[in-house]
Write a protein that binds this ligand. Structure first.
Ligand code: ADP
Length: 196
């Protein structure tokens, strides 16, 4: 039973690490960005509502996002732990997650902060833009996403730091190096990789 959050600026490599940690710990990686993008692709009602915000680099409104995560965390596969990637992103989302966890008599085991230099993250997002063509990876939108991160999300790091259980990880290096760093830091916090 491992419940983790992954927090860090756009381009820090959260999505990449989330997939690996999900495998290592045997828990689902729940990425709000991925869920929104798949809803946009499938032209669902949620996708239609979210698309404008995503393309502009703005946060999707908290109400929508909180409802989405609440539903996702209620699914069977999340009952034995989960890794949230890209959520919470605002103080309102922290409140909603706290309320959800409290009402299920549970708590987070750790919050992993991926620390990355803004120049490096912008370079990574540029590369991703040319490889994947994500609608929100062009320069203007990336700049805006970084501003939104600094204003809305970066303050959450202090919130979690104040509660203990925040694990700061240097996000520079190869994908494997970063994964190893996260796993050894979590092991140091008493969160072991299950033997399977
Ligand atoms: P990144 O971390 O690289 O910005 P994400 O895939 O996490 O990419 O998010 C892409 C977009 O999806 C965000 O810019 C935002 O519009 C929307 N989004 C994702 N997660 C949330 C969230 N928790 N709250 C509000 N909007 C979100």
């Amino acid at each position: 039973m491992t419940r983790l959050l992954l927090i860090g600026p756009p381009g820090a490599g959260k999505g990449t690490q989330a997939v690996r940690l999900s495998e290592a710990y045997g828990i689902p990686a729940i990425s709000t960005g991925d869920i929104f993008r798949s809803n946009v692709r499938n032209q669902t009602e949620l996708g239609t509502l979210a698309k404008g915000y995503i393309d502009a680099g703005d946060n999707v409104p908290d109400e929508l996002t909180n409802a989405l995560v609440r539903d996702r965390l209620a699914e069977d596969d999340a009952q034995h732990g989960f890794l949230l990637d890209g959520y919470p992103r605002t103080t309102d989302q922290v409140r909603a997650l706290d309320a959800f966890l409290a009402s299920h008599d549970t708590a987070l085991d750790a919050v992993v902060e991926l620390v990355a230099d803004p120049e490096e993250t912008v370079a990574r997002l540029r590369k991703r833009a040319s490889e994947q063509g994500r609608s929100d990876d062009n320069d203007d939108v990336v700049r805006h996403r970084l501003e939104v991160y600094a204003r809305e999300t970066a303050p959450l790091i202090d919130v979690y730091e104040g509660r203990s259980g925040l694990v700061k990880i240097d996000g520079l290096g190869t994908v494997d190096e970063v994964t190893d760093r996260i796993i050894s830091a979590l092991t140091g916090h008493g969160i072991a990789v299950p033997v399977r």
